[in-house]
Design a protein around this ligand. Structure first.
Ligand code: ADP
Length: 534
């Protein structure tokens, strides 16, 4: 006989988060510093009130559950309202990355079938340019000006907020985020209420983001990128203060962090590098940071060490849009306190271990049926599965995960015996020399440890004997110098001899993708005619 469970019926939906934040942490502030330097403030209770008004305003436009509501905006309190308003109405919030190229912007808004677009006035020119191409968008609303479109504040200001959240299943979709993709069109990742809620529970754990009500978080990572690393949801769960900033230059961030008591900053490695440089150059006091979250690309050891010397607890995460995005984090193992600084930095420099809810494995790059051992030596294609991992891209006809739910990440990595993940490359960027893999990440990591190196990228160049050999492309910091010989000896101390690049080339700039990462594809094209001396 089947016995039914006897616990209560709740669907895990994002509206539970904002109800909780407003009820239990209603006075905790959400602060926005705008491009002109002015600051506005709301609270979790205020966000809930405005999100309910937005629910009413969306219904008045005829927006039904499942409809796509797009935003094209930087980080600010009104954008946060839109996250809860769109999902609270049962809609699907589609966060568009304004840095994508026009043909990608054209593709994704039409592919998503967006019905509403809410945008920052700063992107007016982009909106004017793309509007003739966007076939499905019926309503344009502007977050911060009423000049060319309905002003967001007027739009929701016409409502009284006396509304109910949409009801539905926790498996309903609530968010859509496109990944830039190195080949073909961008692909849509469709998050569910449930996957976001489970990701939130995992994210707030002490061994993950370690978020609590004392946290005052400045997420530098854009709200349009990779679910904003989950911060809008996780901060609501614990009642953290959120501080948003329109300008991400180190001087502005630094001043704002001091003024608002920010103790938690989340950004990609370049953000950390710029902040440390600014502090070291100006002699300014370090903001009251206790925690640093980084991810998105490899975090150089040298930066981790400098942050730790400032007494900051560094969290280094790995993930991707397809994993909501946090999948692993370098948390402190049992013997952490017994290690010296070097040993502690070594832990944080790797990509960490799977969170509860996530599983990892690596498979042979040439024979994907062969699962590789966790021996800290065998590098292979990294696969992931778990409670907040993608099964199928939006509107795709087939699952992208296999029948056992393993999703191929496109990353190359090895797993250590204790389960620690070490990323070595992207599948498309690997360098294979004489049948053996060379980690471009390791080479780049070594190079950026030099104080005069701003950015470095290793790519493979065809070689008659070895198939491919690495070259290292380096951008120097303004006004600073370094020679090929200096870099060679730095690398020689860090990597195996046969990994050493056959050439080191200095360039003025390195091409980046729409999400700000180094575009190896463009770099390989740029060096397409390059010949090595053999
Ligand atoms: P996009 O694919 O659009 O650049 P994502 O944020 O989804 O956006 O990118 C995910 C990728 O970023 C991962 O597959 C991995 O290659 C890289 N990445 C993420 N975190 C790390 C990390 N901690 N170290 C090295 N690479 C990382």
């Amino acid at each position: 006989m089947n016995i039914l469970g006897a616990m209560q019926d709740w669907e895990m939906r994002t509206s539970l988060l904002i109800d909780h934040a407003a009820r239990e942490h209603g006075g905790r502030e959400i602060v926005t510093q705008w491009a002109d330097g002015s600051r506005t403030r709301t609270t979790w209770a205020g966000v809930r009130r405005d999100a309910l008004k937005m629910v009413q305003a969306l219904r008045r436009l005829g927006i039904a559950p499942g409809d796509r509501v797009a935003t094209l905006a930087m980080n600010h309190g009104r954008h946060l309202v839109a996250w809860y308003g769109a999902t609270g109405a049962g809609g699907i919030l589609h966060t568009i990355n304004p840095r994508l190229f026009d043909d990608q912007l054209d593709y994704i808004a039409n592919h998503a079938g967006d019905r509403v677009l809410i945008y920052d006035a700063a992107f007016q020119a982009l909106v004017d340019r793309m509007r003739p191409h966007w076939k499905t968008i019926e309503h344009y609303i502007c977050f911060d000006s009423g000049e060319h479109a309905l002003h967001f504040e007027d739009w929701i200001g016409a409502e009284d907020g006396d509304a109910e959240w949409a009801q539905g299943s926790e498996r309903d979709p609530c968010m859509l985020c496109y990944t830039s993709g190195t080949t073909g069109h961008p692909k849509g990742v469709l998050f569910e209420h449930r996957s976001n809620m489970l990701h939130t529970y995992a994210a707030i754990m002490p061994q993950c983001l370690d978020l609590d009500a004392r946290a005052a978080v400045l997420p530098v990572v854009p709200m349009f990128h990779a679910n904003n690393w989950g911060f809008p949801w996780a901060a609501a769960a614990v009642g953290a203060k959120l501080v948003y900033c329109a300008n991400n230059d180190a001087a502005t961030l630094c001043r704002l962090m001091h003024a608002e008591g920010v103790n938690y900053l989340a950004g990609v490695p370049t953000v950390w590098l710029a902040l440390l440089q600014h502090i070291e150059e100006t002699g300014q006091a370090m903001p009251p940071l206790t925690r640093a979250l980084t991810g998105g690309s490899a975090m150089p050891r040298a930066i981790i060490e400098r942050l730790m010397r400032h007494g900051i607890r560094v969290a280094h995460a790995w993930g991707m849009t397809e994993t909501s995005p946090i999948a692993t984090i370098a948390f402190e193992p049992a013997d952490y306190d017994d290690r010296d600084l070097d040993g502690q930095v070594a832990v944080k420099a790797l990509q960490g271990k799977a969170l509860f809810g996530i599983e990892l494995r690596t498979v042979d790059l040439d024979d994907p049926a062969r699962v590789l051992p966790r021996d800290g030596k065998s590098a292979g294609a990294l696969q992931v599965r778990g409670l907040w991992v993608i099964r199928r891209y939006f509107k795709a006809e087939q699952d992208t995960a296999d029948t056992d739910q393993w999703f191929d990440t496109g990353d190359v990595a090895m797993l250590h015996p204790d389960g620690t993940l070490q990323l070595t490359d992207r599948t498309k960027d690997v360098i294979k020399s004489g049948g053996e893999w060379i980690s471009s990440v390791e080479l780049e990591n070594c190079a950026v440890a030099h104080p005069a190196v701003a950015e470095a990228a290793a790519i493979g160049i065809p070689h008659p004997k070895w198939d491919e050999r690495p070259i290292l492309v380096v951008v120097k910091k303004p006004g600073m110098d370094v020679t090929v010989e200096e870099l060679r000896s730095l690398l020689a101390a860090g990597v195996a001899k046969w990994w050493l690049p056959d050439a080191i080339e200095f360039v003025d700039d390195i091409p980046h993708t729409g999400t700000g990462k180094i575009s190896k594809k463009d770099l390989r094209e740029r060096f397409g005619d390059y010949r090595l001396d053999v």
